[in-house]
Design a binder for this molecule. Sequence first.
Ligand SMILES: [Zn+2]
Ligand SMILES: [Zn+2]
Length: 395
Amino acid sequence: MPSRFRRRIRTAALVVAVWTLAAAIVAGAVPDLALPDDRAPRERTRVVGAVHMHTVASDGSGSVDDLVDAAIGNELDFIVVSDHNSQLPTRYEYRRGVLVILAEEYSSPRGHMLLLGMDSVRLGEPDSLDLWAQQTAHRFTEEAQLTFVSHPSGKRPWRDRTLSTVDGIEIWNADSEWRNDGVVDWLEALTLLPFRPELGMLALVDRPAENLALLDSVLPQRASRATCAVDAHARIPITRDVLIPFPSYGLTLALIHQHLSLAEPFTGDAEADAKRVFEALARGSGHCSIGVLGDARSVRIDVEADASARSREVRVDLPAATRDARIRVYLGGVAAHEEVTNQLRWATREAGPLRVEIDRNVRLVRRRWLPWVVTGSLGDARMDETPKPESPGEP
Ligand SMILES: [Zn+2]
Ligand SMILES: [Zn+2]
């Protein structure tokens, strides 16, 4: 018996050793995915940050300073920290050059929402389960400068699919991304994680199809905005007292970035600069990107309306060195145009909300198209063609 047991241990150790060696070889062979720096001068009105993260004040494992370390490591201009139900006014500060917005993720049985720019201390819990969606969410929409549904299709889906009580949704949530993958994706991720952790995380990122479908279904009725969240915790609980600090803040903040085009550059005053971030988010001026797939700071996506021709032109400019990008334009929720290029000009005379998605064709263990950049609804031209959202019915 003992000898058979020893044989099994030896076989298991051999399998692990062979797997580890093979994984090291495969992971080492994945080329660098970063785009060659196009050395374009940085514009002061273009900023990049990460949205939605937790500290020890709720269910994260680190401090605000740990998050600032991760932000500096990823060259981010701002972070939005969002501990659960802090019931505090939003606070603003600069720490080591990073704009830190201390906001809140409000968790309720009806779903989770980011409350940005709450000026006063909020007291009291939701009135009742049935009244929550009508009353509390409406109240927050009045009190906060911006409200976004967190992980609208994730572990706690948002119940109100008309999005009538919020300004927008998270179209990407990194914390949902690694929970929804199949065996093949996980095998690829597990091969890469020990040796190239950032690529292992990348293997678990998918096009957020459900959230984009939700946004597309709502846009003809109301100007719902899009943001993207890292939802960083750096914490996997094993038992009540034991946790694994994974994926680290540094890894998660590298994954999903919020790019914004500000009306005016940052001033150095934390509160004034946070207002600029909120204003750009409210205007829908920016895009989300998967940071591991390349710096999307110099990606330009605009819609120009030509009133005399009654048409709109979508313009996308990628760094000149981009050779493997596929640009898709969505009109009214349908893929209307697709091109493999680093510069796109496409005009339409049809009405309807416009969005852009950009994929890159890269090889991890497998070669495939991975989502790189996603926008919400582009431009204001659409606003003139759709009815104004009705004001929420006050209880
Ligand atoms: Zn949440
Ligand atoms: Zn969260």
